[in-house]
Design a protein around this ligand. Structure first.
Ligand code: SAH
Length: 223
């Protein structure tokens, strides 16, 4: 009897974790990055819960997008300086020899510099590679990508791995990126889970609206 109630309790906890994860996730995708920063500052426990839920989701995928970024960096010189926007548990930094600046809202690892990715403590044109791996959250995408543009040197690389279903119109998105000062170098749209996009910085972001930049919120299904 106590075995049964323990199992029931475990199932209830799983269910609750799933429900709270989906709620937090929705907040992160439908508010600005500043809202996200406020949310997690007010409730660090929510952040840990979010990450448990995130881990459970991506574990189901055939391949973790961050591993693709790791492979990409290993093919390039280790002297390149990297900025990882929304680094999570710093898997990227732990997997390459490069100097990696890790930014997130709450430190899952001592390597993390806690900040809103729309405003990172790096000098202009100080990094060679900027990474957003499943981290283009927040409705102020233009501001966030503008920050990546600011810290990247001219010709530097921007890598984006993002959930495939979030792209409403990939061509419009890539066109908007041109306006933000990024030329498409390569795109891998072959996975049904995530797209991998590589850009090069062509110059500063041009001001003005970039309507094609929209991404759908990533709303995970109940399971
Ligand atoms: N890049 C990691 C984690 C992806 S989960 C990986 O691929 O495993 C998305 C991460 O972005 C989370 O850790 C979340 O806390 C972070 N994030 C979301 N909004 C942010 C913001 N405004 N500033 C900094 N980090 C943010």
């Amino acid at each position: 009897r106590s075995g049964r109630s323990a199992a029931l309790r475990a199932r209830m906890e799983e269910w609750l974790l799933g429900a709270r994860f989906r709620y937090l996730n929705q907040q992160l995708y439908t508010g600005s990055s500043q809202d996200a920063a406020r949310l997690f500052r007010a409730d660090p426990a929510a952040f840990h819960l979010y990450h448990r839920g995130f881990e459970r989701q991506v574990r189901r995928w055939p391949e973790r997008p961050v591993q693709r970024i790791v492979r990409y960096l290993r093919r390039r010189p280790a002297s390149l300086v990297v900025a990882d926007f929304g680094c999570g548990d710093c898997t990227l930094a732990a997997s390459v020899k490069n100097q990696v600046h890790c930014f997130d809202l709450v430190p899952l690892s001592p390597r993390v510099t806690v900040c809103d990715m729309a405003k990172v403590p790096l000098a202009a044109e100080s990094v060679d590679v900027a990474v957003f791996c499943l981290a283009l959250m927040g409705t102020n995408l233009q501001e966030i990508l503008g920050e990546a543009n600011r810290v990247l040197r001219l010709g530097g690389t921007l890598m984006v791995a993002e959930v495939a279903s979030r792209f409403e119109d990939i061509r419009a998105f890539l066109k908007a990126m041109t306006q933000l000062g990024f030329r498409t170098v390569s795109k891998d749209l072959s996975s049904s889970y995530f797209y991998l996009l590589e850009f090069a910085k062509t110059g500063p972001a041009r001001p003005g609206p970039a309507p094609g930049l929209r991404l759908r919120p990533c709303l995970y299904k109940r399971r």
